[in-house]
Design a binder for this molecule. Sequence first.
Ligand code: HEM
Length: 173
Amino acid sequence: MQASLRKRWIRAIVGVTTMAALVIMVVIWHPSSLYPWFKAFHVVAVMSWMAGMLYLPRLFVYHCGAEKGSRQSDTFKVMERRLLRGIINPAMVVSWAFGLWMVYDGGWISAHWLQLKLLLVVALSAIHGMLARWTLDFAADRNRYSERFYRIVNEVPAVLMVGIVIMAVIKPF
Ligand code: HEM
C-alpha cells in the first residue's frame, strides 16, 4: 500500500473513532444544558459549509476559462482541492453531527418544519457530492461541462439555503 494512502486510512480511522467516542460519551452523559452551545457550533459549521458550497462552483466557472495544463489551471486545481477537503467536507460533517444531536435532544423528529428542512439538506448534501465529483474531474483535466452550466449550479445551494434557514428560524409548520 502506498504511504500516502496508508496515511489517509489512518487519518480516517482516527477521525471516525474519535467521532464515535464523542457521540457515545455525549449520549451517556446527555448534557441538555449544552443545547444552545451545540446550536451555536451548528450555525458556525453551516456558515462555513455554505461559504464553500457557494464559492466552489464559482471557481469552476473561472476554471473553465483557463487552458488545460496552464499554470492558472493548476492554481485552480489546488484552490478547489483545498476548499473541498479543508473546509467544505469537515464543515458538512460537523453540521450534520450537531444538527442530528439537536434533533435527538430536542425531540424534533416529528416536527414538519424539520422534516422539510432535512429533505432540503439531503438535496444540499447531494449537490456537495456532485461538486466533489467535479473537483476530481477538473483535477484530471476531464471537465465535461460549460461555464454556463456551473453558473446555473452556483444558484442551487443559495436557493436551498433560503428554504433551510426559513424552516429552521420561522418553523412555519
Ligand atoms: C445537516 C443537517 C442538519 C440538521 C440535522 C439540522 C437540524 C437543526 C436543528 C434540530 C436545529 C435546532 C432548532 C431549534 O432549537 O430551534 C437547527 C438549528 C438551525 N439550523 Fe440546522 N440542521 C441541519 C443543517 C442546516 C443547514 C445546512 C443550515 C443552513 C443553511 C441550517 C441552519 C440552521 C439555523 C440558522 C439554525 C438556528 C435556528 C434558530 O435557533 O432560530 N441547518 N438545525
